[in-house]
Design a protein around this ligand. Structure first.
Ligand code: AMP
Length: 398
């Protein structure tokens, strides 16, 4: 990977106007921020720039206003939550370009923090328009992108702007890119991937990329049923995309060609109802009763997965191994997560996880903090696993 610049490359930033792209697209209910995780993630960068006496100007999107001013999607109500996390006063300007932004910035003292209104109130943002990017650049001397989770989108504030000012990755973006480099960019082998979740259809590109790179690919969750069915097994009432049987067979053939071992469940926990504590039993995947559905990987499958985790030097994980929200169908996900966390803590494994429900699953297992890195970026993490260049990252490369 070409090296990207970091805050360390900026030199003396005192008095400079630093445009900082952050992802603070936080959940809000009744005017209150219900989860501040995203703000907490970007806090180190903001605090560092402010304490180094830059004028810190935050650029962010919120919701999908599609280029119109939608008052309900204003960033202003987020200000108190940012102040609480940063323990610092935060100024606000009602537009991210033009006279309103310029006037607010002209009033700033060194070390001040200013949040500009939703970038997506302008059509030029999502269209990555050069004219809009220039209007943003007019307000800054340098650009710091700390929004990895928005890096899969080529928008003006994530892509075009990086070409107009001296640019670098913020601390969270830096940590994310360093972790991803260890995960798939330049990993220690054996490299094992666990891919679970509901459907193959959402993860075809990801599976095709992984089979070319990893030594073993563990397939779990509902998507494993599609692979089992493609091998001629009867998965009865299980979630299964029968129309993707050919795709599943192609992926397995590509894996065989690349020398990647595909690890599928050999047994399963089945139930008659999709609900917590439904009556259940463990069956061999060749003997799924005709009225049952697979809701989790069975103990023999977990044993096989854990043996791969025990051999792995690097693990990349996306998606749960079963319907983990419904006990006891969380068992396989929890057992594998704990095995990976233990080996990581012992210093024997680099474990990188993220995307969709994966963070929730690892939190549920109580081990999210024990992994080497857990990415809270959804789409960007998946596109990285798919091997696609991320426009927001490419634009930062030195
Ligand atoms: P994804 O967003 O694709 O990672 O899928 C996550 C969802 O897949 C979770 O809500 C799980 O409950 C669901 N899931 C995992 N395994 C199964 C299964 N065997 N049957 C039905 N749903 C499953």
């Amino acid at each position: 990977m070409t090296r990207f610049k970091t805050i360390d490359d900026l030199g003396d930033i005192a008095g400079k106007r630093a445009l900082v792209r952050v992802d603070i697209n936080v959940p809000v209910k009744d005017g209150l921020v219900t989860d501040k995780t995203r703000i907490e993630r970007v806090a180190p960068t903001i605090t560092e720039l402010s304490s180094r006496c830059a004028k810190v100007i935050l650029l962010a999107h919120f919701g999908r206003p599609k280029g119109e001013v939608v008052p309900d999607m204003s960033l202003k109500p987020i200000v108190p939550a940012i102040e609480e996390v940063l323990d610092h006063h935060v100024l606000f300007a009602g537009d991210c370009i033009g006279d309103v932004a310029a006037a607010a910035i002209a009033d700033m003292s060194d070390g001040d923090i200013l949040l500009l209104e939703n970038t997506r109130f302008h059509k030029g943002e999502e269209k990555n328009e050069p004219v809009f990017a220039k209007a943003l650049a007019a307000n800054g001397d340098l650009y710091v992108n700390d929004a990895f989770s928005a890096a899969h989108r080529a928008h003006a504030s994530t892509e075009a702007l990086a070409h107009l000012l001296p640019s670098c990755a913020g601390r969270t973006m830096q940590a994310e890119l360093e972790a991803l480099e260890k995960g798939l960019g330049n990993p220690a082998h054996p490299l094992v991937a666990i891919v679970g979740g509901a459907k193959v259809s959402t993860k075809i590109d990801l599976l095709q990329n992984l089979v070319k790179r990893v030594d073993a690919l563990v397939i779990g969750g509902g998507m494993a049923n599609t692979f089992l069915a493609a091998q001629g097994k009867d998965v009865a009432r299980s979630l299964c995309e029968h129309d993707l049987a050919d795709t599943a067979r192609t992926i397995m053939a590509e894996a065989a060609k690349a020398g990647c071992t595909v690890v599928l469940p050999v047994d399963a926990v089945v139930a008659r109802e999709f609900k917590a504590n439904a009556e259940n039993e463990v069956v061999d995947v060749d003997n799924v009763p005709s009225d049952a559905m697979i809701l989790d990987a069975g103990p023999a499958s977990v044993e096989a997965i854990n043996q791969w985790i025990a051999k792995a030097a690097t693990l990349v994980w996306n998606g749960p191994l079963g319907a983990f929200e419904l006990e006891p169908f969380d068992a396989a996900t929890v057992a594998a997560a704990k095995a990976a966390a233990k080996r990581t803590e012992e210093g024997a494994l680099i474990s990188v996880a993220g995307g969709g429900d994966t963070v929730a699953a690892l939190n549920h297992a109580g081990v999210a903090d024990d992994f080497t890195y857990v990415s809270t970026a959804g789409g960007a993490f998946l596109e990285w696993m798919e091997g696609k260049p991320l426009p927001g990252v490419e634009a930062l490369k030195a």
